[in-house]
Structure formats: structure tokens, C-alpha cells
Design a protein around this ligand. Structure first.
Ligand code: GRF
Length: 201
């Protein structure tokens, strides 16, 4: 399967996918064909370049409207003919054109146990709330914010001494493994989305 991965930051989830594919190129069942971002100068793009992958950057501020940005992102992504789009720390909400083109084939990873703590500060919100466990969720993207059908989740305990970054790092250890496992299974086995249920044979 052809993967386009979208990033906004350090790209450690992207790196985990690249490492899993490099470790078993024939067996993993997917290859990253391009990496897209919403901003320049991030480690995620450097990781893609080090891996010799094509990259593209779609910045909201380069477009007159949000819809124009969404259209540009859709076209840039579609140019690589992905079977699956993986949003790995991509910090923008894709729009209706993107979903019209790719809904049902866009997977996102979120650093909390959805439906708890959706949005851009899931780790901070769980910590502030006093949650005793949190974790990460890999789900299909729909037209809401972190609301699509859940594929897999991983639980991470919250420790008394945790601050946001310590907790996020511990979540990311689980998240990377979860994302690599889910993307590989979706790619190798195929899947069906039945309402809020995801079936992977
Ligand atoms: C991940 O925890 C992702 O869930 C969140 O931001 C982090 C991105 O990390 N949205 P990285 O860029 O993959 O290192």
C-alpha cells in the first residue's frame, strides 16, 4: 500500500513507520511515498529528506482562504496516489475537499483515549483533569475533530510527578508501536468501516 504521511512537528511517529518498513520492506505491506507538512523547518521534513522521500509543504498563510488551502493539500496529497493517508502529529483539521477525496482512508493518531480529551492539547488536558490513566488512539478521520471510528487504543498510566512533556513522551512510546501495528494491518489485510466499528480481517 502507498502511504502519504502528514506531519507538523518532530516526526517520531513518521520515523517509527519508516523504521518498521526498512526492517521488513516485503513483509510490512506498505511504503511511504511522500511526506507532507503544514509548515517548514520541522524535524519531520528532515526525517523524510534523510529517507530520500519527496516532501511537500502546504501553509495556510500561503492561501487566500482555508478552503483554498484544503484544496491545495488535497491536490498535493493526491499527486502521490495514496492508498492510505496517515496523519502523524499533523496539527491542522482537514476540510471537506480533503475528506471528499480521502475519507475512509485517512488515519490519525491522537495522544489521549478518545472521546476523552480531543483537540490540540489532549496530553495537557488529561493531566489538568487529574486522569489516572490516559493513552493514545488511532482512528479514521471524519468531518469532526478527533471523532472518527476508533481502530485501536493504548493505555498509559499518569504518574504524580508527570508534567506534560514527560507524560507525552511516555504516551508516544505506546503511540508509535500502535500506529505501526495498525497501519501495517490495514495495509496487509484491508478493512471495512461499519458505522463506528472498524473490521480488520
Ligand atoms: C503525537 O503524539 C501526536 O499524537 C500528537 O503530536 C505528536 C506528534 O509527534 N498530535 P511526532 O511529530 O510524531 O513526533
Amino acid at each position: 500500500a502507498r502511504l502519504v504521511v502528514l506531519v507538523s512537528g518532530s516526526g517520531t511517529n513518521l520515523q517509527a513507520l519508516l523504521d518498521a518498513i526498512a526492517a521488513d520492506p516485503a513483509g510490512y505491506g506498505a511504503e511511504v511515498v511522500a511526506v507532507g507538512a503544514d509548515r517548514d523547518g520541522i524535524a519531520g521534513l528532515e526525517r523524510a529528506e534523510r529517507a530520500g522521500l519527496p516532501t511537500f509543504v502546504c501553509r495556510v498563510k500561503d492561501h487566500p482562504t482555508r478552503d483554498a488551502w484544503d484544496r491545495a493539500l488535497t491536490e498535493a496529497t493526491a499527486a502521490y496516489e495514496p492508498d492510505l493517508v496517515v496523519s502523524a502529529g499533523f496539527m491542522k483539521i482537514v476540510g471537506k475537499e480533503f475528506l471528499a477525496r480521502f475519507e475512509g482512508r485517512v488515519v490519525n493518531t491522537h495522544p489521549a483515549l478518545l472521546p476523552s480529551f480531543p483537540g490540540a492539547h489532549g496530553v495537557r488536558d488529561a493531566l489538568a483533569y487529574g486522569a489516572k490513566v490516559t493513552g493514545c488512539t488511532v482512528h479514521f478521520v471524519d468531518d469532526g475533530v478527533d471523532t472518527g471510528p476508533i481502530i485501536a487504543q493504548g493505555v498509559v498510566e499518569v504518574r504524580d510527578e508527570d508534567d506534560e512533556s514527560a507524560l507525552h513522551e511516555r504516551i508516544k512510546e505506546v503511540e508509535r508501536e500502535l500506529l505501526v501495528d495498525v497501519v501495517g494491518r490495514l495495509a496487509r489485510n484491508g478493512y471495512r468501516i461499519e458505522g463506528r466499528k472498524v473490521r480488520i480481517p
